[in-house]
Design a binder for this molecule. Structure first.
Ligand code: PEP
Length: 251
Protein backbone atom coordinates (compact mmCIF):
# COMPACT_ATOMS: atom_id res chain seq x y z
CA UNK A 1 0.00 0.00 0.00
CA UNK A 2 1.53 3.30 -1.10
CA UNK A 3 0.45 6.39 0.85
CA UNK A 4 -0.69 9.01 -1.67
CA UNK A 5 1.12 12.34 -1.86
CA UNK A 6 -0.15 15.70 -3.01
CA UNK A 7 2.57 18.34 -3.45
CA UNK A 8 1.88 21.98 -4.19
CA UNK A 9 4.45 23.73 -6.39
CA UNK A 10 3.88 27.41 -5.69
CA UNK A 11 6.45 28.41 -8.32
CA UNK A 12 7.49 32.09 -8.43
CA UNK A 13 4.34 33.46 -6.80
CA UNK A 14 3.12 35.31 -3.78
CA UNK A 15 4.36 37.69 -1.13
CA UNK A 16 5.56 36.89 2.39
CA UNK A 17 2.07 37.66 3.57
CA UNK A 18 0.21 35.59 0.98
CA UNK A 19 2.57 32.64 1.41
CA UNK A 20 1.96 32.60 5.16
CA UNK A 21 -1.81 32.90 4.62
CA UNK A 22 -1.84 30.05 2.10
CA UNK A 23 0.28 27.85 4.36
CA UNK A 24 -1.97 28.59 7.33
CA UNK A 25 -5.08 27.62 5.36
CA UNK A 26 -3.51 24.43 4.02
CA UNK A 27 -2.34 23.36 7.49
CA UNK A 28 -5.79 23.97 8.95
CA UNK A 29 -7.50 21.93 6.24
CA UNK A 30 -5.05 19.09 5.66
CA UNK A 31 -5.85 16.87 8.60
CA UNK A 32 -6.29 13.51 6.87
CA UNK A 33 -3.37 11.25 7.77
CA UNK A 34 -4.14 9.06 4.76
CA UNK A 35 -2.56 11.64 2.42
CA UNK A 36 0.91 13.14 2.66
CA UNK A 37 0.64 16.85 1.84
CA UNK A 38 3.67 18.95 0.85
CA UNK A 39 3.94 22.65 0.02
CA UNK A 40 6.87 24.07 -1.95
CA UNK A 41 7.21 27.86 -1.69
CA UNK A 42 10.07 29.97 -3.09
CA UNK A 43 13.31 29.84 -1.09
CA UNK A 44 12.86 33.17 0.66
CA UNK A 45 9.46 32.16 2.02
CA UNK A 46 10.67 28.83 3.44
CA UNK A 47 11.48 30.08 6.95
CA UNK A 48 8.13 31.73 7.51
CA UNK A 49 6.14 28.92 5.93
CA UNK A 50 8.08 26.46 8.10
CA UNK A 51 6.80 28.32 11.18
CA UNK A 52 3.22 27.89 9.96
CA UNK A 53 3.73 24.15 9.48
CA UNK A 54 4.95 23.48 13.04
CA UNK A 55 1.55 22.46 14.35
CA UNK A 56 0.08 20.46 11.51
CA UNK A 57 1.05 17.47 9.39
CA UNK A 58 1.88 19.35 6.18
CA UNK A 59 5.47 18.96 5.06
CA UNK A 60 7.81 21.49 3.51
CA UNK A 61 9.53 21.18 0.15
CA UNK A 62 11.71 23.32 -2.10
CA UNK A 63 11.41 23.81 -5.85
CA UNK A 64 15.04 23.07 -6.70
CA UNK A 65 18.47 22.67 -5.11
CA UNK A 66 22.06 23.13 -6.18
CA UNK A 67 24.12 20.13 -7.18
CA UNK A 68 26.92 21.56 -5.05
CA UNK A 69 27.08 21.79 -1.25
CA UNK A 70 28.86 25.12 -0.98
CA UNK A 71 31.34 27.38 -2.71
CA UNK A 72 31.50 29.89 -5.52
CA UNK A 73 28.04 29.27 -7.00
CA UNK A 74 26.36 32.65 -6.90
CA UNK A 75 22.60 32.54 -6.58
CA UNK A 76 22.37 28.86 -5.69
CA UNK A 77 20.89 27.24 -2.56
CA UNK A 78 22.22 23.86 -1.46
CA UNK A 79 20.41 20.82 -0.12
CA UNK A 80 22.03 21.01 3.36
CA UNK A 81 20.80 24.62 3.59
CA UNK A 82 17.29 23.49 2.70
CA UNK A 83 17.49 20.78 5.36
CA UNK A 84 18.28 23.47 7.93
CA UNK A 85 14.99 25.14 7.04
CA UNK A 86 13.02 21.98 7.64
CA UNK A 87 12.56 20.92 4.03
CA UNK A 88 11.83 17.23 3.65
CA UNK A 89 11.41 17.24 -0.13
CA UNK A 90 12.91 18.93 -3.16
CA UNK A 91 11.36 19.08 -6.63
CA UNK A 92 14.03 18.38 -9.25
CA UNK A 93 14.02 18.39 -13.02
CA UNK A 94 10.77 20.34 -13.32
CA UNK A 95 10.15 21.07 -16.99
CA UNK A 96 10.59 24.80 -16.34
CA UNK A 97 14.05 24.13 -14.89
CA UNK A 98 14.89 21.88 -17.82
CA UNK A 99 13.65 24.19 -20.56
CA UNK A 100 14.29 27.67 -19.11
CA UNK A 101 17.40 27.11 -17.00
CA UNK A 102 19.13 24.36 -18.94
CA UNK A 103 18.97 21.59 -16.33
CA UNK A 104 20.11 18.57 -18.35
CA UNK A 105 19.40 14.96 -17.41
CA UNK A 106 22.95 14.80 -15.99
CA UNK A 107 22.56 17.96 -13.89
CA UNK A 108 19.24 16.68 -12.56
CA UNK A 109 20.96 13.45 -11.50
CA UNK A 110 23.71 15.44 -9.72
CA UNK A 111 21.06 17.45 -7.90
CA UNK A 112 19.14 14.27 -7.03
CA UNK A 113 22.21 12.72 -5.42
CA UNK A 114 23.06 15.95 -3.57
CA UNK A 115 19.52 16.15 -2.18
CA UNK A 116 19.60 12.55 -0.99
CA UNK A 117 23.04 13.03 0.55
CA UNK A 118 21.56 15.82 2.66
CA UNK A 119 18.86 13.43 3.87
CA UNK A 120 16.02 14.94 1.82
CA UNK A 121 13.64 13.21 -0.55
CA UNK A 122 13.84 14.19 -4.22
CA UNK A 123 10.67 14.56 -6.28
CA UNK A 124 12.09 13.76 -9.71
CA UNK A 125 10.03 15.23 -12.57
CA UNK A 126 9.96 13.61 -15.98
CA UNK A 127 7.76 14.24 -19.00
CA UNK A 128 7.58 14.77 -22.72
CA UNK A 129 6.92 17.87 -24.86
CA UNK A 130 3.85 18.04 -27.10
CA UNK A 131 5.80 17.34 -30.30
CA UNK A 132 7.42 14.35 -28.64
CA UNK A 133 4.03 12.91 -27.69
CA UNK A 134 2.71 13.57 -31.18
CA UNK A 135 5.65 11.83 -32.76
CA UNK A 136 5.21 8.81 -30.51
CA UNK A 137 8.42 9.10 -28.49
CA UNK A 138 6.92 9.69 -25.02
CA UNK A 139 8.35 6.47 -23.57
CA UNK A 140 11.74 7.10 -25.16
CA UNK A 141 11.90 10.59 -23.58
CA UNK A 142 10.69 9.54 -20.14
CA UNK A 143 12.89 6.43 -20.33
CA UNK A 144 15.92 8.60 -21.13
CA UNK A 145 15.22 11.03 -18.25
CA UNK A 146 14.74 8.19 -15.77
CA UNK A 147 17.52 6.12 -17.33
CA UNK A 148 20.07 8.86 -16.60
CA UNK A 149 19.48 8.23 -12.90
CA UNK A 150 19.19 4.45 -13.13
CA UNK A 151 22.41 4.13 -15.12
CA UNK A 152 24.35 6.43 -12.82
CA UNK A 153 23.04 5.35 -9.43
CA UNK A 154 20.88 2.23 -9.88
CA UNK A 155 17.29 1.80 -8.77
CA UNK A 156 17.95 1.52 -5.03
CA UNK A 157 18.16 5.32 -4.76
CA UNK A 158 14.48 5.44 -5.71
CA UNK A 159 13.60 3.79 -2.41
CA UNK A 160 13.76 7.25 -0.87
CA UNK A 161 12.38 9.30 -3.75
CA UNK A 162 9.20 10.23 -5.53
CA UNK A 163 8.78 10.45 -9.30
CA UNK A 164 6.40 12.95 -10.89
CA UNK A 165 5.21 12.36 -14.44
CA UNK A 166 4.41 15.76 -15.89
CA UNK A 167 3.64 15.90 -19.60
CA UNK A 168 4.99 19.35 -20.49
CA UNK A 169 2.02 20.09 -22.74
CA UNK A 170 -0.30 19.73 -19.74
CA UNK A 171 1.58 22.02 -17.32
CA UNK A 172 -0.26 25.28 -16.78
CA UNK A 173 -2.15 24.88 -20.05
CA UNK A 174 -5.50 23.63 -18.81
CA UNK A 175 -4.97 20.50 -20.94
CA UNK A 176 -4.84 17.40 -18.79
CA UNK A 177 -3.62 13.99 -19.85
CA UNK A 178 -6.51 11.57 -19.85
CA UNK A 179 -6.40 9.18 -16.90
CA UNK A 180 -5.49 6.39 -19.32
CA UNK A 181 -2.69 8.39 -20.99
CA UNK A 182 -1.24 9.16 -17.56
CA UNK A 183 -1.70 5.60 -16.31
CA UNK A 184 0.14 4.21 -19.35
CA UNK A 185 3.21 6.34 -18.67
CA UNK A 186 3.08 5.66 -14.91
CA UNK A 187 2.96 1.93 -15.62
CA UNK A 188 5.91 2.33 -17.99
CA UNK A 189 7.92 4.14 -15.28
CA UNK A 190 7.13 1.44 -12.72
CA UNK A 191 8.02 -1.28 -15.18
CA UNK A 192 11.32 0.40 -16.08
CA UNK A 193 12.31 0.70 -12.42
CA UNK A 194 11.11 -2.86 -11.89
CA UNK A 195 13.62 -4.13 -14.43
CA UNK A 196 16.27 -3.06 -11.90
CA UNK A 197 14.52 -3.71 -8.59
CA UNK A 198 10.98 -5.11 -8.30
CA UNK A 199 10.54 -4.17 -4.61
CA UNK A 200 11.59 -0.55 -5.16
CA UNK A 201 9.25 -0.35 -8.18
CA UNK A 202 6.31 -1.71 -6.19
CA UNK A 203 6.82 0.86 -3.41
CA UNK A 204 7.68 3.84 -5.61
CA UNK A 205 5.21 6.68 -5.47
CA UNK A 206 4.60 8.19 -8.89
CA UNK A 207 2.69 11.47 -9.01
CA UNK A 208 0.87 12.94 -11.98
CA UNK A 209 1.21 16.66 -12.70
CA UNK A 210 -0.38 18.81 -15.38
CA UNK A 211 -3.48 20.93 -14.87
CA UNK A 212 -4.85 18.83 -12.02
CA UNK A 213 -7.99 20.46 -10.65
CA UNK A 214 -10.63 19.47 -8.08
CA UNK A 215 -12.82 18.31 -10.98
CA UNK A 216 -10.36 15.85 -12.54
CA UNK A 217 -8.24 14.78 -9.55
CA UNK A 218 -10.30 11.83 -8.33
CA UNK A 219 -10.38 10.13 -11.71
CA UNK A 220 -6.62 10.56 -12.21
CA UNK A 221 -5.74 9.42 -8.70
CA UNK A 222 -8.03 6.43 -9.07
CA UNK A 223 -5.72 4.88 -11.67
CA UNK A 224 -3.63 1.91 -10.51
CA UNK A 225 -0.19 3.47 -10.84
CA UNK A 226 -1.02 7.08 -9.97
CA UNK A 227 -0.14 7.80 -6.35
CA UNK A 228 -1.13 11.43 -6.09
CA UNK A 229 -0.28 14.70 -7.79
CA UNK A 230 2.18 17.53 -8.24
CA UNK A 231 -0.03 20.58 -8.42
CA UNK A 232 0.87 24.01 -9.83
CA UNK A 233 -1.89 26.56 -10.47
CA UNK A 234 -4.51 24.93 -8.26
CA UNK A 235 -2.06 24.83 -5.34
CA UNK A 236 -2.30 28.62 -5.05
CA UNK A 237 -5.94 28.39 -3.97
CA UNK A 238 -6.23 26.64 -0.62
CA UNK A 239 -9.76 25.41 -1.25
CA UNK A 240 -8.87 23.88 -4.59
CA UNK A 241 -5.67 22.39 -3.22
CA UNK A 242 -7.44 20.88 -0.21
CA UNK A 243 -10.15 19.45 -2.49
CA UNK A 244 -7.39 17.78 -4.54
CA UNK A 245 -5.82 16.42 -1.33
CA UNK A 246 -9.23 15.06 -0.38
CA UNK A 247 -9.50 13.33 -3.77
CA UNK A 248 -6.22 11.53 -3.07
CA UNK A 249 -7.41 10.18 0.25
CA UNK A 250 -8.05 6.47 0.27
CA UNK A 251 -6.84 5.91 -3.30
C1 PEP B 1 3.54 22.11 -12.17
O1 PEP B 1 3.97 23.26 -12.16
O2 PEP B 1 4.27 21.19 -11.79
C2 PEP B 1 2.19 21.87 -12.63
C3 PEP B 1 1.75 20.66 -12.75
O3 PEP B 1 1.44 23.00 -12.91
P1 PEP B 1 -0.15 23.03 -13.25
O4 PEP B 1 -0.84 22.21 -12.19
O5 PEP B 1 -0.51 24.47 -13.17
O6 PEP B 1 -0.32 22.45 -14.61
Amino acid sequence: MRTPIVAGNWKLNGTRESAVKLATEVVAGATDAAVEVIVCPVYVHLAEVQQMLQEGQVKLGAQDAAAQESGAFTGEVSAPMLAEYGCGYVILGHSERRSLFGDSDEVVVEKFLAVQKAGLTPILCVGEQLDERESGVTEAVVGRQLGALLERAGADVLENAVVAYEPVWAIGTGKTATPQQAQDVHAFIRQKVGEHNADVAAGLRILYGGSVKPGNAAELFGMTDIDGGLIGGAALDSQDFLAICQAASGT
